[in-house]
Ligand binder design. Structure first.
Ligand SMILES: Nc1ncnc2c1ncn2[C@@H]1O[C@H](COP(=O)(O)OP(=O)(O)OP(=O)(O)O)[C@@H](O)[C@H]1O
Ligand SMILES: [Mg+2]
Length: 231
């Protein structure tokens, strides 16, 4: 089992959304995914509740509550024993002993960030924190910036400057763009299942295109993650 973790100091950086999207891409690809709910606000549990109501929860995915160290250890052991292909950990913002443990137990770390200077500063601080932690623990775990909520249209000059700065660090091949389909996931459930039901509903034909464009972006993220894990 491979553990992939989304972390950032900054709240609202797009960690949970990136994780939901990655989960959908991996599950759509036939993989079994354990979700480690390490944020005490339990956004993933809420996601499953909303998804289940809409028939958009895939049982190839299971949530393990992991917002305290003993629960995390238990979740890890159980998910490993149940032969999940991946575990995806959703952390709360900031640094904590729990986050440190999750980071040090991961095989890949993703640091999502939006493109404002403030967000980018926080992403850099998170990245530096991760690297210092890994050096201190004598661990070599790949970490990559995930540019999140990137506007689909023209970027402002400030956003272009931020992109250039972030380009100095390892990053995922492609960003996640600002898309309604991503914002809606928390209420609508897994994107690949939304697509499946939209395909059978003629009224959803226009929306379908937006959903499939968004899904393609998630598959690219999935491929990046697989490549990084193989290195
Ligand atoms: N690519 C995207 N396109 C559109 N909306 C997005 C995108 N990514 C995230 N959002 C929206 O931004 C908000 C914050 O995202 P999210 O909850 O994923 O951040 P977070 O880092 O997990 O926050 P927290 O620190 O509170 O856990 C949510 O309302 C989410 O729907
Ligand atoms: Mg979150």
């Amino acid at each position: 089992m491979k553990l992939v973790t989304c972390c950032s100091f900054k709240g609202g950086a797009g960690k949970t959304t990136a994780l939901m999207g990655l989960c959908s891409a991996l599950v759509a690809d036939g993989k079994r995914v354990a979700l480690f709910e390490a944020d005490e606000n339990r956004p993933l549990t809420r996601w499953r509740e909303n998804a289940t109501k809409r028939n958009a929860w895939d049982t190839a995915c299971e949530i393990f509550i992991a917002d305290e160290l003993p629960l995390l250890e238990h979740a890890y052991e159980q998910a490993e024993a149940e032969n999940f292909d991946y575990a995806l950990a959703d952390t709360h913002g900031g640094s904590s002993e729990l986050n440190n443990t999750i980071i040090a137990s991961s095989q890949l770390l993703l640091v999502p960030t939006m493109l404002s200077p403030l967000d980018a500063d926080e992403a850099l601080a998170t990245y530096r924190y991760i690297i210092e932690l890994l050096i201190g623990e004598n661990l070599a775990i790949p970490a990559a910036i995930l540019r999140q909520r990137v506007p689909v249209g023209r970027l402002t000059s400030s956003q272009r400057t931020v992109l250039e700065m972030l380009g100095e660090l390892p990053q995922t091949d492609r960003p996640m763009h600002e898309r309604d389909a991503f914002a809606a996931m928390k209420n609508r459930g897994m994107l690949h299942l939304n697509i499946r039901s939209a395909q059978t509903n003629p009224a959803m034909r226009l929306a379908l295109r937006n959903l499939t464009t968004a899904m393609e972006e998630l598959h690219e993220l999935g491929r990046f993650v697989d490549n990084a894990l193989e290195q």
